[in-house]
Write a protein that binds this ligand. Structure first.
Ligand SMILES: Cc1ncc(COP(=O)(O)O)c(C=O)c1O
Length: 428
């Protein structure tokens, strides 16, 4: 008997139907389609600095011991490779100058996954129901906005300045939500605490403390978590390291901190981690067990060996030297070529991978405006700032752009800014 095939309609889940395509995908396609274009859009790390030798050395060291090699090639455990989690905890405590007791942290609270995005997603999965609210800086990391909407939750943007999210504005937003009876829907506040994506700004210590106090004070019916995305902590080109937001969470019950080796070592290895409050460890791990029952074990062994062999810190120093020069090149070019244009300014970051610029009010930077196509015609690609704004709350500034200095060599950064200046002059 033969089974006749019928062309039945595909019935996707409501969740899949609700997922919007990341707008940046179209930009990446344009960059790939036109190799002449200088892309100041992609937030990739510098290809030339990727750690071939360190990675090879660490892998050789693992494979020199057949037992170690087999352990690395076997499945791991859901929360991650214990020696890596121990090493991450030690590094964090060292950075913070805290003991495990002072930080209310144990190795059980350190969970490792294939990138910090995966952990941000998992935390959302266990916290957000459809209709819940997440308060974010406006603008903020656009992939996280996609994560929030994937969960059916709503991101609301809070006023942000050159020092990050404004605590007073967050407090007011929460008061407004309480007045309109929506406080029970608020589950979390999300911030990128160091050299954020897209603005390159870091929250000063006093704001870090205020954010925790505000989350605690408004945790009336349930806890409002403060999700601290520390993806760019290591990419600091000037000044001293700041204590994390987690540092100030003296009860250890409010802040979720995520970190990653994607920026400081290699996104291809893709190992990230979260420091979770005790109440979230069980739910996150149970959920993770249903998805992957453990992230790629070889990559975790590799990063543990990289740390053990002391290969990370030297690499970070080299990265800092390279990126510092690139950032300076972009800022110098902007000072020379963009500053003469009226009503244009930009933030001068001291770390990260991005420069955020505000153009004249009359210029819309999105693909439907005039600047975007002119910039492409002049040979440069940027990311329109509108993509980084949450769909509600703080209004979108349509005249903004994000410029990345990580990928291009210095000569191209300068040529890219020259092309951008020409495109703006033709549009203004
Ligand atoms: C703010 C921010 N958080 C997280 C990530 C993702 O990092 P990972 O590779 O660890 O998933 C990125 C990547 O660009 C980022 O910009």
């Amino acid at each position: 008997m033969s089974i006749k095939s019928r062309s039945a309609a595909v019935q996707l889940s409501q969740r899949a139907l609700g997922i919007a395509q990341q707008p940046i995908a179209d930009l990446m396609a344009r960059a790939l389609a036109n190799p002449q274009l200088i892309s100041l859009a992609a937030g990739f790390v510098d290809q030339q600095t990727l750690p071939n030798e360190a990675t090879q050395g660490a892998l050789e060291s693992i494979f020199a011991d057949p037992q170690q090699a087999r352990a690395a090639l076997q499945y791991g455990t859901t929360p991650g490779y214990p020696p890596l989690r121990e090493a991450l905890l030690d590094r964090f405590l060292q950075c913070e100058r805290l003991t495990a007791e002072q930080a209310h942290l144990s190795v059980e609270q350190v969970v490792v996954a294939a990138g910090s995005n995966a952990l941000l997603h998992l935390v959302g999965e266990v916290l957000f129901d459809p209709g819940d609210i997440v308060l974010c800086a406006a603008p903020t990391y656009l992939v996280y906005l996609g994560t929030v909407s994937t969960h059916g939750a709503q991101a609301i943007g809070v006023t942000t300045d050159e020092h990050g999210i404004q605590p007073e504005a967050l407090d007011e937003q929460l008061a407004d939500l309480a007045r309109s009876g929506q406080l029970p829907r608020v589950k979390a506040v999300y911030v990128v605490s160091y050299f954020d994506n897209p603005c390159g700004v870091s929250l000063p210590a006093d704001r870090r403390i205020q954010l925790i106090e505000i989350c605690r004070r408004w945790s009336v019916e349930h806890r409002i978590y403060l999700i601290e995305d520390a993806a760019y902590r290591e990419l600091r080109y000037d000044g001293d390291d700041l204590p994390s937001i987690r540092h100030f969470d003296d009860a250890g019950d409010t802040v979720v901190t995520t970190g990653t080796f994607s920026k400081s070592f290699s996104p291809g290895i893709r190992v990230g981690w979260a420091l979770l409050p005790p109440a979230l460890v069980g739910p996150v791990c149970e959920h993770k067990a249903n998805i992957d029952f453990g992230s790629p074990n070889l990559m975790q062994h590799l990063m543990a060996r990289v740390l053990e062999m002391g290969l990370l810190d030297g690499h970070i120093e080299r990265l800092r030297d390279g990126y510092r020069t690139k950032l300076q090149t972009m800022l110098d070019a902007a000072d020379e070529l963009l500053a003469p244009i009226e009503e244009i300014d930009w933030i001068r970051p001291s770390g990260g991978l991005y420069v955020w610029a505000r153009l004249p009010e009359s210029i819309r930077t999105g693909p439907s405006g005039k600047l975007f196509d002119r910039a492409v015609a002049e040979g440069v690609l940027y990311v329109p700032g509108e993509y980084f704004y949450p769909p509600a709350g703080m209004p979108t500034a349509y005249n903004t752009i994000r410029l990345s200095f990580g990928v291009q060599p210095c000569e191209s950064i300068r040529l890219g800014i020259e092309a951008l200046a020409r495109a703006i002059e033709q549009t203004a």
